[in-house]
Design a protein around this ligand. Structure first.
Ligand code: SF4
Length: 241
């Protein structure tokens, strides 16, 4: 795919404003919120990780409270998103270590660090990988980063921007093709687009404003189907990070 076509796709998504700035502001999660939400999204869908995150928020008034809570209570709160045993244990342990190291659970100090230092800092916690940190960079620190979840992987392949088998390969390839300063917004728009229009099973090709740019072999088939867009939650948590 030529640079020109990628630029046009990025622009089209921006024009259709799949996500608006006000939607981002309403959720106003902290850096730690994003880190925990992304951790919950590992190997599960965005819907279930969203539920698990909201359950945690309902059960624990503060993240400090979670450190003192019995492990079983944390597991129960997040069981909806799978791998609850591991995730509960790792989140509790991570918060405990952070509290000990920083004296509190405010991660605002990361804002003053460059990306490399942030990776170094967060990767020391068990269960936090490169993709999780790239989500923190993109969503809470407004840095150029291009994390790839299942939606981004699917949509980029259908559009023909990449031709890859795994999200890891997509991350490698797309990061080089998408201009740095466009990566975060493009990524966020792709997630919303993948959730609402270019869905996994029944893409709404009949309504798609990227139809002419798309290389998906079945797009003609789906163009003939009548379907409509349903309102979905706007909380950006990745799926299968
Ligand atoms: S035409 Fe269909 S498959 Fe292609 S990007 Fe649009 S919704 Fe996805």
């Amino acid at each position: 795919m030529t640079n020109n076509r990628i630029t046009n796709i990025i622009k089209k998504l921006e024009d259709h404003s799949v996500i608006s700035k006000s939607e981002n502001k309403n959720s106003s999660p902290t850096i730690l919120d994003i880190l925990i939400a992304t951790k919950l999204s590992q190997n599960t869908t965005d819907k279930t990780s969203y539920k698990a995150f909201m359950n945690l928020k309902e059960n624990f008034k503060t993240w400090e409270e979670l450190i003192e809570a019995p492990l079983q209570k944390i597991k129960n709160a997040i069981k909806v998103c799978g791998l609850a045993n591991t995730k509960a244990r790792q989140i509790k342990q991570m918060l405990k270590e952070m509290k000990k190291k920083y004296g509190n659970l405010d991660l605002s100090f990361l804002k003053k660090m460059d990306n490399e230092k942030i990776y170094e800092e967060l990767l020391q916690y068990n269960g936090i990988g490169v993709k999780t940190v790239s989500c923190v960079l993109a969503f809470s620190l407004d840095r150029d980063a291009f994390p790839v979840d299942t939606h981004v992987h699917r949509v980029l392949n259908r559009l023909g921007i990449v031709n890859t088998k795994t999200a890891e390969q997509t991350f490698e390839t797309a990061s080089k093709k998408v201009p740095k300063e466009k990566q975060t917004a493009f990524h966020t728009n792709l997630i919303k687009f993948g959730r609402n229009i270019c869905k996994a099973n029944k893409p709404l090709c009949n309504l798609c404003f990227l139809y002419r740019y798309c290389s998906y072999e079945y797009k003609n088939l789906y163009k003939d189907k009548t379907s409509s867009i349903k309102k979905e939650n706007n909380f950006i948590i990745l799926e299968n990070v």
